[in-house]
Design a protein around this ligand. Structure first.
Ligand SMILES: Nc1ncnc2c1ncn2[C@@H]1O[C@H](COP(=O)(O)OP(=O)(O)OP(=O)(O)O)[C@@H](O)[C@H]1O
Length: 284
């Protein structure tokens, strides 16, 4: 796999912002950019972003996972990434953490000196940091960049939308009406910015009762699928609430659980298959 570090980056063209140039060049080697968004917080957007990234890498694609959730970056914790990302100070480039040959990860948290400190930044600072992450991470050639944006329609998703050419959105919601109401705002955001939506995932869509084996729809039923149908969106699939998944994410062992569960009937594999189908890629 080629690494952008192997050759020194060409110098900036006069009259064009050097960061703009680096950003364009860096993203040119990435075939698909998927931004995972949700209207409401806590619906499982980071989990779905990780599932997509791990699933696509298991399907044989080269994947980068970029966490731009500046205020609540969950990806390093869920994936058990400790320490800091390596910064190549000469060229001011950032090396992603390599989970394996097909999966690289970077999160703003891996660049913070104190991981417990809160991020108190106004819009321009956030925009600058996200643009720098887009321009200066040495992904090399990738098939997919999965971008985990914070919930809502603030500076972070706006910066991604305005700086990542060709990005497509994966929307995540739970079946609950209060999440769906916020999801409709995200949908409107995508429409206003001409951001194509690849499809919608319904997460926490019930659970199987450990005692009686019956289905328990604790957040309602079918709300995501209905919204997708009404809005003319592709429904990428329904992911049940799975206590093993939550425990693995809390323990930083999400990648090993997802790898172990990559069976034909794994619900997240279905979502990966549908996404590949929508993009005209070969299936997992
Ligand atoms: N399908 C699921 N089954 C069990 N637990 C889940 C599932 N999806 C998400 N979780 C858990 O729910 C919590 C919230 O998930 P996550 O952090 O992915 O949500 P989010 O939408 O990204 O949140 P944020 O608002 O911080 O961006 C986490 O503890 C996660 O492990």
């Amino acid at each position: 796999m080629s690494q952008a570090t192997s050759a020194p980056p060409p110098g900036p063209e006069p009259g064009i912002d050097p960061l703009d140039q680096r950003l364009t060049r860096n993203l040119a080697d990435i075939r698909h950019k998927l931004v995972v968004m949700s209207g409401k917080g806590g619906v499982g957007k980071s989990t779905v972003a990780a599932e997509l990234a791990v699933g696509l890498s298991l399907a044989g694609y080269r994947v980068g996972l970029l966490d731009v959730d500046l205020h609540g970056p969950s990806i390093p914790r869920m994936l058990g990434i400790a320490g800091h990302a390596e910064v190549l100070t000469d060229e001011q480039l950032i090396k992603p953490v390599i989970i394996d040959e097909g999966l690289k990860v970077i999160s703003v948290e891996l660049l913070m000196p104190d991981k417990e400190a809160s991020v108190i930044w106004r819009g321009p600072m956030k925009i600058g940091v996200i643009r720098q992450l887009m321009g200066d991470v040495t992904w090399g050639a990738l098939d997919f960049l999965i971008i985990d944006a914070p919930p809502g329609t603030g500076d972070e998703p706006l910066t991604v939308a305005q700086n990542v050419e060709g990005a497509k959105v994966v929307l995540v919601t739970t079946p609950q009406e209060i999440a769906l109401a916020d999801l409709r705002k995200s949908l409107d955001f995508c429409r206003q910015l001409d951001l194509p939506v690849l499809g919608l995932v319904e997460n926490m869509a019930g659970l199987v009762c450990p005692h009686c084996g019956g289905q328990v729809d604790f957040l309602g039923q079918g709300g995501g699928q209905d919204t997708a149908a009404r809005s003319g969106l592709k429904f990428l699939g329904r992911l049940p609430w799975d206590p093993k998944l939550m425990a693995a994410a809390d323990a930083g062992r999400l990648v090993s659980l997802l790898r172990r569960d990559w069976g034909e009937d794994a619900p997240y594999r279905g979502v990966v298959q549908e996404a590949l189908d929508m993009l005209g890629e070969r299936k997992a």
